[in-house]
Design a protein around this ligand. Structure first.
Ligand code: PRP
Ligand code: MN
Ligand code: MG
Length: 183
């Protein structure tokens, strides 16, 4: 049968490598937030996998909430103008909040999200991203936890999609050209 991994050109991170990166992130977060009441805020839909794995690697008890946002504008690149599709259920006033993202590309989504969430009066607000593309970032954002810096290439898997597909791939990879050409 067809396999979700069949369309990959290169595997950037195997499932085992991903697990190790997630374990290291979780260890740092457990240490840094010792004794605190932490709220993880996942950004739908890409962050579903990292949120599920990271939260289960944590030894500490955390709360989880979700936001869905969409950037306006044409094309595949985010414009920085963001619309909330699903807001948090949780009041952030006085809370220790950690945003959990799958990837920082241009950084525009997260930069908007940070200023939006900051205005809600959290006690602290930090970012944990599984991936970051240093060569694609357009804005200055303070990111406390980065799983892995990657080259400026389109990647899929582990929550990241191409046209809503490949999110369920357990590894991270680049897509073969024939996938784009058939679109
Ligand atoms: C992707 C990714 C990040 C964002 C990063 O989400 O999951 O949330 O883009 O891009 P940026 O740094 O250039 O703003 P997308 O908007 O594709 O939605 P999805 O998570 O549902 O796939
Ligand atoms: Mn996303
Ligand atoms: Mg996407």
């Amino acid at each position: 049968p067809d396999h979700v991994a069949d369309d990959l050109k290169n595997v950037l991170m195997s499932r085992e490598e991903i697990d190790q990166v997630v374990r290291d992130l979780a260890a740092r977060i457990d240490e840094d937030y010792k004794g605190r009441d932490l709220l993880l805020v996942g950004v739908l839909k890409g962050a579903v996998m990292i949120m599920a794995d990271l939260s289960r690697e944590l030894k500490m008890n955390v709360s989880m909430d979700w936001m869905a946002v969409s950037s306006y504008g044409s094309g595949t690149q985010s414009s920085g103008v963001v619309r909330i599709l699903k807001d948090l259920d949780t009041d952030l006033m006085g809370r220790d909040v950690l945003i959990v993202e799958d990837i920082i590309d241009s950084g525009l989504t997260l930069s908007w999200l940070v200023s939006n969430l900051k205005s809600r009066g959290p006690r602290s607000l930090e970012i944990c991203t599984f991936l970051r593309k240093p060569d694609a970032i357009k804005v200055d954002i303070d990111v406390k936890y980065v799983g892995r810096d990657i080259p400026n290439e389109f990647v899929v898997g582990y929550g990241l999609d191409f046209a809503e597909k490949y999110r369920n791939l357990d590894a991270l990879g680049t897509l073969a050209p024939h996938v784009y050409q058939s679109e």
